[in-house]
Design a protein. Structure first.
Lengths: 371, 65
């Protein structure tokens, strides 16, 4: 398949790994954060870290939207799902995220009408097919997903679908990156930038990383060679003393993003003053809510949600994993009390979560021996 | 329910899938698209210029590139 097969070529991968080895300084430890959960997933699926020199460490960032949802927002969703006459719709990964008293899947087992959808448009279709019921779409995701929700809300408004609302949990990528860079317990040398978020926002919004923090960032694709190439470009910048935004994923990412997507997001959403991120706390202007023009479609205005802040379970170290401070296998409950079947923390729920990626691709056994 | 632990869940996160456009409904900004495996679904195409035969990158039911 075009744009896939040629980016999975093992021989080219080994050649690129050789190039990487030739440009790293022996004795220097490099810490590179892959911002996006999709990258984390690919790195462990294809064993890419095994191709890197021992002194190049990949650190997993906060770019998995399921992993950063705080428990209180899960509880709010479950409260809405239990409202009489409601059909509650959400993406698959979200169903198993634990709230303070069970997950959406548990709520479904207890009788709530909760349905998994593949797109916001599917949720709107359910609303049109059930005019006597209230249909709520639980929206999550970064700027990759937000335009899809925005288009569906525009469609619902234009078609006057009165029984459709959205509980908006969309988040933006730049504020948490700034929060991470301001974090005193984190030393990073560069970033593998998020590929599909950048399809929407472009590479330009990341210019603050080299400008304000002196770190390189390379927006990269998700195939094995994309990621290796991205890491190579970061290490080359460091070797040459450069520090800039580069775009490895030019076949998909325009430097200024997708203007139509940005326009529809600006019309439908506005920034929340602050939004809570699991493990990172409250971050200013990091979450989206529906704009005044779309207030009628806002589930949080149509119903009262508890809005109670719930502390994460004490045993769970998702926050440190999300900040790249510890590796998943260093968490006290990883692979024992917390598994993909019975997750305690969100990082074990989503396939893009660092813990699930480690667990599913067998990374924990060998690394534990090393520890 | 999709087994989201075995491989990437296309509905969440930063994952997008390449699909080929089969048929376009310009009035509704929707297109019938097909994956390389032959799975077909209706996709929002308001954010891209796409016609039959074009390849688009689809995330959560919307072509983003």
């Amino acid at each position: 398949m075009r744009f896939v097969d040629e980016f999975r070529d093992a021989e080219l991968g080994r050649a690129l790994a050789g190039e990487i080895l030739s440009i790293v300084e022996p004795g220097r430890h490099y810490k590179v954060m892959e911002v996006c959960g999709g990258h984390t997933h690919s790195i462990y699926k294809y064993g890419l870290d095994d191709l890197l020199p021992a002194n190049v460490e990949l650190v997993h960032g906060p770019g998995c939207p399921v992993c950063v949802i705080p428990m209180g927002r899960v509880d709010d969703g479950i409260a809405l799902a239990h409202q009489p006459g409601v059909i509650f719709t959400c993406f698959g990964d979200m169903m198993r995220v634990p709230g303070s008293d069970g997950s959406l899947l548990d709520a479904k087992a207890a009788g709530a009408d909760i349905r998994m959808v593949y797109s916001p448009l599917d949720a709107l279709r359910i609303a049109k097919a059930n005019p006597d019921r209230e249909v709520i779409f639980y929206a999550i995701g970064f700027e990759t997903t937000a335009p899809s929700t925005a288009l569906t809300l525009k469609r619902a408004k234009a078609e006057r679908v009165a029984n459709f609302t959205c509980m908006c949990n969309h988040v933006t990528i730049v504020p948490p990156l700034r929060a991470l860079l301001d974090s005193p317990d984190l030393r990073l040398d560069g970033f593998v930038g998020p590929g599909h978020v950048s399809t929407v926002v472009g590479a330009r919004p990341f210019e603050f990383i080299p400008a304000d923090y002196g770190k390189p960032i390379v927006v990269s694709g998700f195939e094995p060679l994309d990621i290796l190439h991205g890491v190579h470009m970061i290490l080359r910048q460091l070797a040459e003393g450069r520090c800039e935004v580069e775009n490895q994923y030019k076949r998909v990412v325009p430097y200024d993003g997708n203007p139509r997507a940005l326009q529809v997001m600006a019309e439908v959403f506005e920034l929340r003053p602050h939004f809570e991120w699991r493990g990172l706390g409250f971050i200013s202007h990091s979450g989206l809510k529906l704009s005044e023009a779309y207030a009628d479609l806002d589930a949080e205005r149509r119903w009262t949600v508890p809005g109670v802040r719930v502390a994460d379970p004490k045993a769970c170290q998702c926050g440190e994993v999300l900040k790249g401070v510890i590796k998943p296998f260093e968490c006290k409950v990883f692979g024992s009390a917390c598994t993909p079947e019975r997750p305690i923390g969100t990082c074990m729920v989503s396939s893009e979560g660092a813990c699930a990626a480690y667990y599913n691709f067998g990374r924990f056994a060998r690394e534990r021996e090393v520890v | 329910m999709t087994d989201c632990t075995s491989d990437a869940c296309i509905t969440c996160g930063d994952v997008a899938v390449a699909m080929r456009v089969i048929e376009v409904d310009d009035e509704r900004c929707l297109a019938l698209c097909e994956t390389a495996e032959g799975e077909r679904s209706t996709v929002e195409i308001a954010l891209v210029d796409a016609g039959p035969g074009d390849e688009v990158l689809v995330h959560a039911g919307t072509a983003i590139a």
